[in-house]
Design a protein around this ligand. Sequence first.
Ligand code: NAP
Ligand code: ZN
Ligand code: ZN
Length: 345
Amino acid sequence: MLPTKAYAAQTAGAPLGPWQIERRDPKPNDVLVDILYCGICHSDIHFAHGQFPGAQFPAVPGHEIVGKVVQSGSAVTRHKVGDIVGIGCMVDACRHCVECDDGEEQFCAGMVGTYAGVEDGKPTYGGYSSRITVAEDFALKISPKLPPAAAAPLLCAGITLYSPLRHWKVGKGSKVAVIGLGGLGHMGVKLAVAMGADVTVFSTSEKKRADAQRLGAHDFAVSTNPETFTRLAGKFDVILNTVSAKVDYNAYISTLKRDGTLVLLGIPDGPVELDAFGLLFRRKNLGASIIGGIKETQEMLDFCAEHNIVSDIEMIRMDQVNEAYERILKSDVRYRFVIDMATLG
Ligand code: NAP
Ligand code: ZN
Ligand code: ZN
C-alpha cells in the first residue's frame, strides 16, 4: 500500500484538515498518478456536508483531477510515465452491462465514484490528495494544448455541460439558456457558444453581467426580476439548470419553446413543485443529466483543446479549502477554485 497525504472532513460538516490515506499498489491495468491540481466542485461541498449519496466519513472530496503518470502497470497500453492525465467522477464500472457497452458508465449499477464509492471493499478517496491509483481506462488524455490547472474543472463541470448539450442536439442557431453562472454554468456558456448556439444566462447576480458577455453569452437576464420571464417567454430550445438550490422550475418552463427541454443538472436540497400545465400546453419536456461517459469525456477534452476552452480559475493553496467552500456557498467564485496540490506538503 502507498501512504498518501490527503485533506478530509472527519465528520459531516466538519472543516477539512490534513489526513493520511492509503492508495493501492498499481495492478497490471492501473496507473499511479501524482496529482498536480484538483478543482473544487459544489458536489464536493454536498459530499463533505454528508448530503451526497454514499457519503462516508472521513471524506476526501475532489473529482476534477489532473496529474502526471508516475508508474504504470505491466499491462497498461493507454498511458505512459510522464503523461498528463485527467480523472473525473468515476474510477471504475462493471464494464459488461448495457450502460457500459453503450459508453454510459455513469449509469452503470457497478460504477465506482472517485469519492463516495467502494472499491475492493474500501471507501474511495477523492483528489484532495497527493496521488491516486486508477484503472487506466478511467484516466483521460489531456492534450498538451490545455493548461493543466485550468483543464482540471473540465473533468466534472466540463463534461456535465457538454453531455446534455450533445444529447439535446444543440448546434448552430439553437436557443440555449444557462441558469446560474458558477463553475458548471460558465462552462455551459463557453461550450454552447463554441457549438454555435445563441446563449442567454439567467443569474441572480447583476454583477455577473459583464462576465457573461465576456464568456460569449448573447443575453443576460436577472432571475429575481419578474419582467425577465415575460421578456423571454417561449424563447428557448434547451435550458440547463446548474443551480445548487431550489429554483422555480415553472417560471423557467414558461421560457421554453414548444417541445423545448428544461434539463436539471444542479442538485437542490429537496423536492421542487412542478405545474403539469406548464409542460402540457406546448409539449415541453423535463430532462436531467449526470456527468457523461468515459468516451464522451475524452471527446469533450479534445473538443476543448480544439476550441481553446478551459475553465476560468482561481488557484488556491490546500489550506485555503475551507475558506473557498464558504465563498462558493455565497456564489463568490469566478468561476472555479483549483487547488495547487504542491501546497499539500
Ligand atoms: P457553483 O459554482 O456554486 O454555482 C452554482 C450557481 O448557482 C451560483 O454561482 C449561482 O449563480 C447560482 N445559485 C447559487 N445559489 C442559488 C440560489 N439559492 N438561488 C438561485 N441561484 C443560486 O456550483 P457548481 O459547482 O456549478 O455546481 C452546481 C450544482 O450542480 C451543485 O448542486 C452540484 O452538486 C451540481 N452538480 C451536478 C452535476 C451533474 O452531473 N448533474 C455535476 C456537478 C455538479 P448566480 O450567481 O449566477 O445566480
Ligand atoms: Zn462535480
Ligand atoms: Zn456496467
